[in-house]
Design a protein around this ligand. Structure first.
Ligand code: ADP
Ligand code: GN1
Ligand code: MG
Length: 367
């Protein structure tokens, strides 16, 4: 970061810390959407999180903050009324010196700050079944704590988010205009998509027919959005709450499983080696179902396998479309980055499909 940019960001961070002087800040985490910084203050051990919301993605960032407030108040009230039997933390919005939830610069940058979950860290991939069980538990806890938060109270912060057929439509439009250079990798992606046109509709059809109800969903529960305590190694918080809204929790279940069962991670270069790990899958489901069993219906179980492959297909499609469109949505480090990410997801999808009967058996055995 350039010195003058650092100085500028420190002035912004200072607005969220009216009492204590900012010491330093540095880029933090590995999110694909927002710009995240860890901020330290003089004389205080606890850092805080400063984020520039990606307003190219979130067109109405005020609504993101409104949802975050509704969500936080709901969950904190619920825990206060009925304490949990283990540690669970919800990030707090830090107010500006003007008492606002966010700060907008003259150039329209949208900044907010959140309390840092003390002694926490996140992982980009799961290293073992204990971790996997914890991410499952965390998602179950999130769904449990929001099961009585009426989804109509939440604004739609990102229209079309996780409506898989819409991503397919966008893909067709972008592809028709794209002058992409053909390669073995590009051809592989084109083939994967053209072979799976029906897949995109499975969850939306189940929604339309009433088999799967609308609930409060997280929208983005991949493993690095779940925080672990450094001492206990237990999951203590679910973060990245920008996409909390009304939707199908199956997109969440699928996203947690597709990210948690790929121990190589989303960013691996050797994409052909990617595999969906069924032991991690069982551990995640055990953790998830330990709380979710109380509210899932028979139809919910029926669609778990499909949820995993639909969301993996959807994410591969989103990365590939963004590559074709010239990398306008996800942060990239080099021009082929989104192509590589889509290859990873599509290879993962093939691995999921080849283990259909095992995955279905695991769901059945852990109901
Ligand atoms: P993005 O939408 O870009 O993924 P996130 O909100 O997920 O942004 O933040 C990026 C990373 O920053 C997370 O993966 C996590 O490592 C870290 N992070 C974000 N918020 C907090 C928090 N309140 N406490 C601790 N770490 C956090
Ligand atoms: C983005 O923000 P981040 O990195 O947690 C994306 C998710 C994708 C994920 C893939 C708002 O999540 O939908 O699954 O990348 N978030 C948004 O890594 O588009
Ligand atoms: Mg994130």
């Amino acid at each position: 970061m350039h010195h003058s940019e650092l100085a500028r960001l420190i002035v912004i961070a200072q607005k969220f810390s009216p009492q204590q002087e900012i010491e330093n800040l540095q880029p933090f985490g590995s999110g694909n959407i927002n710009d995240t910084f860890l901020v330290s203050r003089q004389g205080i051990d606890q850092p805080f999180i400063l984020q520039r919301l990606n307003t190219n993605v979130f067109r109405e960032p005020e609504l993101v903050m409104q949802n975050l407030r509704i969500y936080g108040e709901h969950v904190r009230d619920r825990i206060k009324n009925k304490p949990l039997d283990r540690q669970w933390t919800v990030p707090q919005i830090l107010a500006t010196d003007q008492g606002q939830d966010y700060y907008q610069t003259d150039h329209g940058e949208f900044w907010r700050s959140l309390s840092f979950i003390a002694d926490s860290r996140s992982f980009d991939a799961m290293a073992n079944s204990e971790q996997a069980q914890e991410v499952g538990y965390a998602l179950g806890m999130f769904h449990h704590l929001t099961s009585d938060l009426a989804p109509e109270k939440l604004a739609d912060t990102l229209e079309g988010f996780h409506i898989t057929p819409q991503y397919l439509n966008q893909y067709e439009t972008v592809l028709a205009q794209s002058k992409v250079e053909r390669s073995t990798e590009v051809d592989y992606c084109l083939q994967i998509v053209s072979d799976r046109q029906d897949l995109a509709h499975i969850l939306e059809d189940a929604k339309a027919s009433g088999k799967l109800p609308l609930r409060t969903m997280h929208g983005d529960p991949k493993v690095n959005n779940i925080l672990f305590d450094r001492q206990t190694n237990l999951a203590v918080s679910v973060i990245d709450l920008d996409t909390v809204k009304s939707g199908l929790i199956h997109y969440d279940i699928g996203d947690c499983l597709r990210s948690g069962c790929n121990p190589a991670g989303e960013e691996i270069e050797d994409w052909e080696s990617v595999e969906f790990n069924v032991e991690l899958c069982e551990a995640i489901l055990q953790g998830y179902l330990s709380t979710a069993r109380s509210f899932l219906t028979e139809y919910d179980y029926d669609y778990i396998y499909d949820a995993i492959r639909v969301i993996t297909f959807e994410l591969g499609l989103r990365f590939f479309t963004d590559y074709l469109a010239g990398n306008i949505y996800f942060h990239v480090k080099y021009p082929e980055h989104n192509l590589l990410r889509s290859l990873v997801q599509f290879r993962l999808l093939e691995s999921i499909e080849s283990q259909k009967s095992v995955i279905k058996k695991i769901v059945k055995a852990n109901k």
